[in-house]
Design a protein around this ligand. Structure first.
Ligand SMILES: [Fe+2]
Ligand SMILES: [Fe+2]
Length: 334
């Protein structure tokens, strides 16, 4: 569903003198917009930055299944249930593409899971908020997937080939997610007073956390010059956040909704929607593990990991038997 701009590269990009030629060739590939592929030489800090960013992104996709999975059995109609089920399955797929992309950088999936389960790796803080009503499913699709698209479209042009290619498919699916969310909101806003109130309440609760998805303000976001130079990142956190606000505010107003920000106003001269200050203390608190659902999300993830152990073991034994059978058949045929 989402990548959060909280990723920062390892500090420093210094290379040994012997690597200077390789580094120059690497940067030339990046500068001419070619893709860096798994077997190409790359600076260690580039590799580490990508492993962290892609794995955080993968973790966010699979943890992001939880708040919405919570409503699959309570969807208000068969049509809504089918769409939500498809969306949550898409998020599992996004996690798989991204774990696979991270593995091309020489890290194992088990290692990445372990980092998530031990709390060492982060995932997007937005998924630590609860889904209290059905309208939250609309708000998540509209706002959270909408913010994800804003973050992820530029990643389709990321310099690292496997990540960029995974993002192309993911973005296509995210756009369906965003539309199904907006359509839920539109239906509620065209319904009874109670339904409109539900939609408004969901917007009130999800608006600010959605803006936090773009990460710290540029003035507090260190280390972004490396990721820009490497063309992992193309736009700053604040630029992307502004784009999201400019795209989303007219959509909400079209539905007759009010944004929970008294400072929100259109600046004619700048051509942008100006908005109030984000509560960065809340952002840091939720990110550091003290949000409304952090413990619950991790506990569920650990239980699912343990419950699925027998499936993974059985699949491995089956794969091994198949390989043995195939090689036995090959020997017999020779
Ligand atoms: Fe999504
Ligand atoms: Fe996704």
């Amino acid at each position: 569903m989402y990548t959060q701009a909280l990723n920062v590269p390892e500090s420093g990009t210094a290379v040994d003198a012997g690597d200077a030629d390789k580094a120059a060739r690497f940067q030339a590939i990046v500068d001419r917009e070619d893709k860096v592929e798994p077997n190409d030489w790359m600076p260690e800090s580039y590799r580490r930055t990508l492993v962290r960013q892609i794995s955080q992104h993968a973790h966010s996709e699979i943890i992001g299944m939880q708040p919405e999975g919570n409503w699959i059995t309570r969807a208000p109609s068969l049509k809504r249930k089918a769409a939500l089920l498809a969306k949550v399955q898409d998020e599992a797929g996004h996690g798989l593409y991204l774990y696979a992309a991270a593995e091309t950088l020489g890290v194992s999936r088990e290692e990445l899971y372990e980092q998530l389960l031990s709390g060492k790796a982060k995932y997007s803080s937005i998924f630590n908020y609860p889904t209290l009503t059905w309208a939250d499913i609309g708000a998540i699709g509209w706002l959270v997937d909408g913010a994800a698209i804003m973050n992820q479209i530029p990643l389709c042009r990321c310099s690292y080939g496997p990540y960029a290619r995974a993002m192309i498919r993911i973005c296509k699916e995210e756009s369906f997610h965003q539309r199904q969310g907006y359509e839920i909101m539109a239906t509620l806003c065209g319904g009874s007073v109670k339904q409109r109130e539900m939609a408004q309440d969901a917007l009130n609760r999800w608006w600010w956390p959605s803006l936090m998805m773009f990460g710290p303000s540029d003035k507090d976001s260190l280390h972004s010059s490396d990721t820009m130079r490497w063309k992992i990142k193309r736009f700053s956190n604040d630029d992307l956040r502004q784009r999201f606000v400019d795209a989303t505010v007219p959509q909400g107003r079209h539905l007759g909704l009010t944004f929970p920000d008294p400072e929100l106003r259109f600046d004619e001269q700048a051509g942008h929607w100006q908005f109030g200050e984000i509560d960065w203390a809340e952002f840091k608190r939720v990110l550091s593990g003290d949000g409304p659902c952090n413990r619950q999300r991790m506990q569920v993830r650990r239980e699912l990991e343990a419950d699925g152990a027998w499936v993974r073991e059985a699949a491995l034994v089956y794969a091994r038997k198949q390989t043995e059978r195939n090689s036995a058949a090959k020997i017999a045929a020779e």
